[in-house]
Design a protein around this ligand. Structure first.
Ligand SMILES: [Fe+2]
Length: 276
């Protein structure tokens, strides 16, 4: 096995492992790599949907998306399709997946099915480092507070994208409050747990103050020295610890360069626990 670090902040590309050989006996190897690097990448993983689901289940129970219909025959898999002519794609903008749920997603196992020759990298940012490096005054303001995360309703996930369909659940928006600084249940580390897409309010602060503090935090979280950037090829698997990273799917599909190619990913999410 070879571990190639993606940046000085987080992320590692792992060579020499066929993820189809991972089972409950050797799962610790993968989990330790994930805890250490927060996002791990594997190239040339020719996994079937069943094999991808089995891998995900080693991390815990899998969850279906709040609003979006799963793949035919595999409701656990959300197939993310960006049409060749579409400029936009799912996951643009910094976020932690499903942070608006009471028990937000623990980890995501994402497989690249079809990848354009250029464009569509994903950037991850390390929220343990983001907390460590946050301005002292901001730390004092947010340390023991909670923030409200909003689901944004079905329209947010479906309306702007050609290939996404509702799963028929109640389409309304809902929200949940989580500590702004959460503790990682496996490493015990402090993590800055807010994100630009879903976190809209800090509990107990006036609206203008809440907005001001959040915008400073969002700017800090996106500092490039906290990030790593991954360029996909087909049949890659990325696994990220959604409790301690935020990520951003770059939609650099511009006419004349990145536009005109389909991009397809299969996403499986593992249920997390209640942040504390
Ligand atoms: Fe995402």
């Amino acid at each position: 096995m070879k571990v190639k670090l993606c940046s000085g902040a987080l992320g590692a590309e792992i060579e020499g492992i066929d993820l189809r050989t991972i089972n409950s006996d050797n799962f610790k190897l993968i989990n330790d790599l994930l805890l250490e690097h927060k996002v791990i990448f594997f190239r040339e993983q020719n996994m079937s949907p069943e094999e991808q689901i089995n891998l995900a289940k080693l991390f815990g129970p899998v969850e279906e998306h709040a609003y979006v219909k799963g793949l035919e025959g595999y409701p656990e898999i959300t197939r993310l399709i960006k049409d060749a002519e579409e400029k936009n794609q799912w996951g643009e903008g910094w976020h932690s997946d499903v942070s608006y749920n009471e028990t937000p997603t623990k980890a995501v196992i994402l497989k690249s099915v079809k990848i354009p020759p250029v464009g569509g990298d994903t950037v991850f940012s390390n929220m343990e480092l983001a907390w460590e490096t946050l301005d002292k005054e901001l730390k004092k303001i947010v340390e023991n507070r909670r923030a409200e995360h909003f689901s944004l309703g079905a329209g947010f996930f479906i309306d702007s994208y050609k290939h996404f369909e509702s799963n028929g659940n109640d389409a309304k928006e809902y929200s949940n409050h989580h500590p702004i600084v959460r503790t990682h249940p496996e490493t015990g580390k402090k993590i800055l747990f807010v994100n630009w897409t879903y976190t809209k309010k800090i509990e107990g602060l006036e609206e203008h103050e809440s907005n001001e503090v959040l915008s400073k935090i969002f700017e800090h979280q996106s500092r490039l020295d906290l990030t790593c950037r991954y360029s996909w090829t087909e049949d890659n698997i990325a696994i990220w610890d959604n409790r301690c990273v935020i990520h951003y799917a770059i939609a650099d599909f511009f006419p004349g360069r990145g536009l005109g190619y389909e991009r397809v990913m299969d996403r499986i999410a593992v249920l997390g626990d209640r942040p504390y």
